[in-house]
Design a protein around this ligand. Structure first.
Ligand code: PEP
Ligand code: MG
Length: 546
């Protein structure tokens, strides 16, 4: 029997289930304000102490960040105000919850990475109440090699894992940017998040965790264990063996690029052998900016990335603010359905001048750059939008002008849209969300947000065909590009470049070097003809010789 979730840290591990069950404080907690502040200080002290003693950098960062939150004067002020307002010390829980709630809302509204940080606040609130009520918080004391299973792991749980015994992590909740995912990748152990049904397994059940596929095999046969471990070993061996630019077995070049948010990322990408930056997410530079950065400031930030990529391609994406990445100086109003609202290039409807100034800055930075600068707009939905963007970019002297194809409308009209521009990049994260009508951030819907779904693959294939007919390069810069088998299928659908997290480059490069174009096409056709994402993946794997 198998369970599935989102694989967030690759690798295969086998072991018995070890359950981590949290004791939530649900009873009334009587305390004076002084006792509440002392408990919060005790929580901060303990977190700091653990941060000093833990060896893994990423774990230290998690614990220190939590300690800082617990000492935040704004949080203490909010707590004091709530306690004064409550006027009763017979139960301080509502005051504590209320004080944390405001901060949680603010983080949730920022979405994505920030929304996942809500878990930090929950943990600090729970720990404070536990200190006040004398409840012992369970700890992760392992006595044998085990697979850690939980509804959700708190940030400091993951940070305190004993690596001698923790072989893999599987949680029911959480997303790809949760602490469980970040720490597991840092530790190099397999992890699966958003795995429905995992907490129903009894302690000691033998399971296999495949953190690459997001699959849990329950009581696996020896045959299954051998098949999954052999495949994992082969992927790693191939990754280590192949260097240089991306190409298939028949020498067809496939540019392998990296996604980046700043100059630091670009340096990491160059070190990982990226042939360039395939997606420079400029909005990530401005998520915490109350005011629009000046053109001069923007020129400096973009130039730093171009410098880090001298001699290579950099595909700059204009501000993709809105939806899960609101930027304070643009997205002031709240929206009923932000994913379907004013985001990406649609921002020209409310902040036209901001986009124009950004294009001025990109064009200026590109003028003296030693990198090959391409520029694209996100969330292009119509031919008119593509034409508008192309005109503005070309007027400023930008030579390579493109669009992101992230909506079904743009994919289906790719022939017309590509006639207006020089290249396209498929944003498969959003494209999948819009084809499947399933929120990409909602882990309860993770089974619906697989880019392996034949409906998603068919629509990508349609855009790929248009690009081929018009001889335009078409890339993929969503998460789909980072999965070796899916990458091969995308190539079979006509994709000519793949952009991914730098850490994924070696495996994708290694895998593509072992397959030819004809096999990629065959795998793509079979996957498109499958009835489900699971079937598509399974048939593609067989054809790709895996
Ligand atoms: C995408 O949607 O696939 C994409 C690359 O853009 P983002 O994830 O930044 O929305
Ligand atoms: Mg997108």
């Amino acid at each position: 029997m198998t369970l599935s979730g989102i694989g967030v840290s690759p690798g295969v591990a086998i072991g018995p289930v070890f359950r981590v069950d949290r004791t939530e404080v649900t009873e009334p907690v009587a305390a004076t304000p002084d006792e509440v502040f002392a408990a919060l200080r005790a929580v901060a002290d303990e977190l700091e102490h653990r941060a000093e003693t833990v060896s893994l950098d990423v774990a230290r960062d998690v614990l220190s960040a939590q300690a800082m939150i617990a000492r935040d004067p704004a949080l203490i002020d909010a707590l004091a105000a709530r306690l004064t307002e409550a006027k009763t010390y017979s139960d301080v829980r509502p005051a504590v919850d209320g004080a944390f709630a405001g901060f949680k809302e603010a983080l949730s509204a920022l979405g994505d990475y920030f929304a996942e940080r809500v878990a930090d606040l929950d943990e600090i609130a729970q720990r404070t109440l536990a200190v006040l009520s004398g409840v012992e918080q369970s700890s992760l004391k392992l006595h044998e090699p085990s697979i850690i299973v939980a509804t959700d792991l708190t940030p400091s749980d993951t940070a305190a894992l004993d690596l001698n015994f923790a072989k893999a992590l599987v949680v029911e909740r959480g997303g790809p940017t949760s602490h469980t995912a970040i720490v597991a990748r840092g530790l190099g152990i397999p992890a699966v998040v958003g795995c429905a049904g995992i907490t129903e397994l009894s302690v000691g059940t033998g399971i296999l965790v495949d953190g690459r596929d997001g699959v849990i095999e329950i009581n696996p046969t020896q045959e299954i264990v051998t098949a999954r471990t052999t495949r994992e070993d082969a992927l790693r061996a191939r990754a280590a063996a192949v260097q240089g630019p991306g190409r298939l077995l028949d020498k067809t070049p496939i540019s392998l690029l990296a996604n980046s948010g700043n100059a630091q990322d670009a340096v990491v990408a160059a070190t990982a052998g990226a042939e360039g930056i395939g997606l420079f997410r400029t909005e990530l530079l401005f998520l915490d900016r109350e005011d629009e950065p000046t053109v001069a400031e923007q020129v400096a930030l973009y130039s730093a990335v171009f410098d880090a990529m001298a001699g290579r391609r950099v595909v700059v994406r204009t501000l993709d603010a809105g939806s899960d990445k609101p930027v304070p100086f643009i997205n002031a109003e709240s929206e009923e359905n932000p994913a379907l609202g004013v985001r990406g290039w649609r921002l020209t409807r409310i902040a036209d001048a901001v986009l124009n100034r950004q294009l001025d800055a990109i064009a200026q930075a590109a003028q003296n750059a030693r990198a090959d600068v391409w520029v694209m707009a996100p969330m292009i939905d119509t031919v008119a939008e593509a034409a508008d963007f192309a005109a503005r970019a070309r007027k400023r002297g930008i030579r390579a002008v493109g669009v992101m194809i992230e909506t079904p409308a743009a994919a289906l009209l790719a022939d017309k849209i590509l006639a207006e521009v020089d290249f396209a990049s498929l944003g498969t994260n959003d494209l999948t969300q819009y084809v499947m009508a399933a929120d990409r951030l909602d882990s309860r819907l993770s089974d619906l947000t697989s880019s392996w779904h034949p409906a998603v693959l068919r629509i990508i294939g349609s855009a790929g065909d248009s690009a081929m007919t018009l001889s335009r390069p078409i890339g993929v810069c969503g998460e789909a590009a980072a999965s070796p088998h899916l990458a091969a299928v995308l190539v079979g659908l006509g994709v000519t470049s793949l952009s991914m997290a730098p850490s994924a480059l070696a495996e994708v490069r290694g895998f593509l070097a072992g397959v030819d174009r004809a096999t990629c096409i065959k795998a793509a056709q079979a996957a498109c003809n499958a009835a489900s994402a699971e079937d598509a993946q399974a048939i593609a794997r067989i054809i790709l010789g895996d």
